[in-house]
Design a protein around this ligand. Structure first.
Ligand SMILES: *Cc1c(COP(=O)(O)O)cnc(C)c1O
Length: 387
C-alpha cells in the first residue's frame, strides 16, 4: 500500500508542518526520519549512484528539513546551513564585487556586522535605509543594486516593512527581495506569497523552538535561483550536521502549535505592559497603538511573542533583569522558555553607538521573548520585577 503524504500546498499548515518532506523509512517503516550519520554513500557501480555522492552535497536528514521548511514557506526549494549567519553569507555569495545592496537600517546586529566588517571589504557596497518608508527604499536603489534585504518586524524596534511594496520596488529594479523571516515565522508571515525572491531564517529560533541547536535555512520558488544556491551550498560548504537538522525537523512539527501560544501570551503580556508602563513605552505590532498596526494586520496572521519595552534608564534595566525569575536573562529568542535581554549591549553590542542612537535603539530598552509557559506566571514575574 502506498501512503500519500501531504507535501503539496493544498494541505493545511499544521499538516504540512508534521508531514511535508518526510516518508516512513523503507527498511522498517520508522515513522521518524532517520539520522543519516554518514559522510559518503556506496555507489552501485562505476558511475552509478542513488543521487547521493558525498554528504556536503546531500544528506537525507537535511533534505527532509529543507523540504519541510520549503513547504511551510510556500516555496519550492529549501537549503539548510550551519547557522543563520552561514545561511546569509551563502546567500550573499550570489553577488559579486561592485554590486550594491540596500538593507534595512534596523536589521539583526550580526547581519550588520557581516556586511560592515567582512563583505564590505570584498567589494560589495551597502546602503542602510528605514524600510518603513517605501519611498526611501526606492530612492536608495541604483543601477548597481542587486538586492534589497529586509527584516520585518525588526529586532528590537518592531518596525515593519510593507512586503508587497518591497517586492514591487525590488522587481522594478531587477533586484532580489531577500527577507529575514526569523521573527514572524512562516506561521504568521509568508514573504514568498507576497513577491519575495528569497526568504531565510535562523532555525535556531522559532523553527527549532527548543534552544538546542544553531542553524539557518533559505527558501526560494524559482528553479534557476535554487540551482545557484545549491551550487553555493555545496561549493562553499556551510552545511549543518544531520543531528542539528533532525532537531530542527522535530521542532517544525510543533511550530504552528507553539506559535499559537507564543502569540496568545505575547498579546496578553503586551496589553498588560501597556497598561502598566503606558502604551508609548511598549512596542508590539499587535497593539493598536503600534504606528504600523494596520500593516501588521494586513501582512501577518499573528504577532508572536516578541515585545520591546522602554524602561527609561540603564539602572532600571539592571533592576528588572536582576529581579526576573521565570524570564531568563539570555540572548536569542523563539524557544519555548521565556527570555529577557538588553539589545543595546547584547544582540546589538557590535553595532556602533551612533548607529544605534540614529535608529532609535536606546539603553533603556528591554526585549522579551515570551515563551509558552502559563501566562499568569509570566505576568506575575514581570509584576514583581517592575515593582
Ligand atoms: C538569530 C538571528 C539571526 C542569526 O542566526 P544564527 O542562527 O544565530 O546565526 C539572524 N536574524 C535574526 C532576526 C535572528 O534573530
Amino acid at each position: 500500500m502506498t501512503r500519500i503524504f501531504p507535501d503539496d500546498l493544498e494541505a493545511g499548515l499544521s499538516t504540512r508542518a508534521i508531514h511535508a518532506g518526510q516518508r516512513p523509512e523503507p527498511q522498517a517503516g520508522a515513522i521518524m526520519t532517520p539520522l543519516y550519520l554518514t559522510s559518503t554513500y556506496v555507489q552501485d557501480g562505476f558511475g552509478q549512484h542513488k543521487g547521493y555522492e558525498y554528504a556536503r552535497g546531500k544528506n537525507p536528514t537535511r533534505e527532509a528539513l529543507e523540504r519541510n521548511v520549503a513547504s511551510l514557506e510556500s516555496g519550492q526549494h529549501g537549503f539548510a546551513f550551519a547557522s543563520g549567519m552561514g545561511c546569509l553569507d551563502s546567500i550573499m555569495k550570489l553577488f559579486k564585487a561592485g554590486d550594491h545592496i540596500v538593507v534595512g537600517e534596523n536589521v539583526y546586529g550580526g547581519t550588520f556586522r557581516l556586511f560592515d566588517r567582512i563583505l564590505r571589504h570584498m567589494g560589495l557596497s551597502f546602503s542602510y535605509v528605514d524600510t518603513r518608508d517605501p519611498e526611501l527604499v526606492n530612492d536608495a536603489m541604483t543601477g548597481a543594486t542587486r538586492a534589497l534585504l529586509v527584516e520585518t518586524p525588526t529586532n528590537p524596534l518592531m518596525r515593519l516593512a510593507d512586503l508587497r511594496a518591497m517586492a514591487e520596488i525590488a522587481t522594478r529594479h531587477e533586484a532580489l527581495l531577500v527577507v529575514d523571516n526569523t521573527f514572524a515565522s512562516p506561521v504568521f508571515q509568508r514573504p514568498l506569497e507576497m513577491g519575495a525572491h528569497i526568504v531565510w531564517h535562523s532555525t535556531t529560533k522559532y523553527l527549532n523552538g527548543h534552544s538546542d541547536m544553531i542553524g539557518g535555512v533559505a527558501v526560494v520558488l524559482e528553479d534557476e535561483l535554487a540551482a545557484k544556491l545549491q551550487f553555493i551550498q555545496n561549493a562553499a560548504g556551510a552545511v549543518p550536521g544531520p543531528f542539528d537538522c533532525w532537531l530542527a525537523l522535530r521542532g517544525t512539527k510543533t511550530l504552528p502549535l507553539r506559535m499559537r501560544q507564543h502569540d496568545a501570551n505575547g498579546r496578553q503580556i503586551a496589553t498588560w505592559l501597556a497598561n502598566r508602563l503606558g502604551e508609548e513605552h511598549v512596542i508590539y505590532p499587535g497593539l493598536p497603538s503600534h504606528p504600523q498596526h494596520a500593516l501588521a494586520a494586513s501582512q501577518m496572521s499573528g504577532f508572536g511573542g516578541m515585545i520591546t519595552m522602554e524602561l527609561g534608564s540603564v539602572e532600571r534595566v539592571r533592576q528588572v533583569l536582576e529581579r526576573v525569575r521565570v524570564f531568563a536573562l539570555a540572548e536569542s529568542l523563539g524557544g519555548v522558555e521565556s527570555l529577557i535581554s538588553h539589545p543595546y549591549s547584547m544582540t546589538h553590542g557590535s553595532v556602533p553607538a551612533d548607529v544605534k542612537v540614529g535608529m532609535g535603539l536606546t539603553e533603556g530598552m528591554v526585549r522579551l521573548s515570551c515563551g509558552v509557559e502559563d501566562v499568569e506566571d509570566l505576568l506575575g514575574d514581570l509584576e514583581q520585577a517592575l515593582a
